[in-house]
Design a protein around this ligand. Sequence first.
Ligand code: AMP
Length: 331
Amino acid sequence: MDLVETKEAFRKALQSARDGGGSVGLVPTMGALHAGHLALVEAARSGCDCVAVTIFVNPTQFGDAADLAGYPRDLDTDLERCRDADVDVVFVPSVAEMYPAGPTETTVEPGALAQVLEGTSRPGHFVGVATIVTKLLGLAGSCRAYFGEKDFQQLAIVRRLVADLDLGVDVVGCPTVREPDGLAMASRNSRLSPPEREAAATLWRALRTGRDLIAGGERNPAPVEHAMAGVLRAEPMVDMDYAVVADPVSLRPVLDIESEVRLLVAAQVGPIRLIDNVAASLSPVAPATVGPASVGPMSVGPMSIGPMSIGPMSIGPMSIGPSPAVEEPDR
Ligand code: AMP
């Protein structure tokens, strides 16, 4: 396994894999690797010749200095996990390496998809995400890039920016990996106290409640949102931010539930903000598996990049690769 710390070495390592005729799979992370990250690595391993993991806690996507300072970091364990998972290249740049002159003058503004949900609650977050992802994809070059459905809005934004900016990367969405009680795995979960950790599983219970209502024939989003909010509010340690039924492509509210929708929830639990989501449709979903998000043709508003601005555009279906199925907890 190659451990590289400079942009130049990273670029060269992936270019030499391509020069040798190999395909490249990229898994961008912020480290403190868990089974959710490793599922992305596994998907990359099974689909690509050279697998690269990036580990970089990107300061520009944190609105809160305490959250950045408290973000879990454990590079030695991460490297061990990467070695065990047969990763070829690990890129661990410093902040100075990624931002030698401080935050970049040019930023990527992801437009309408970033103006709802997490975009409302975390102003500036998605500009930071879109900018660092664009930088990492630019360094990686032609590749498949693996992202988790756990961060569903982020995945939608990344798909959109890759298509809009012609980055020549295949974005692969992978299903959420959960703890046995349904809590979506996340690096920050390690910061929860035992009672907070127990309360955190309420998010999954709320999503299941919403999904079951829709599977049972509920076509009106309002009672579904009300029921999800009820589950969240019943747990005193959970401070709900939102519980919504959204269109899976635009992430906008839906008026009627006719085809597949996405249920998304967010809440503060103890020191951390938790987000989670699940697909829901009128025909009951197979309980044992969660597949990749289906992304059909779509049309969205303008996206502006730094000083330039590109007008409205519509694009065709995007390509998504295979992703592993994961067991869903029953509880
Ligand atoms: P992070 O290190 O939290 O920035 O996450 C890096 C990548 O791993 C992102 O694409 C996340 O969506 C994905 N990821 C994080 N947690 C999970 C999970 N529980 N299941 C699947 N993917 C995940």
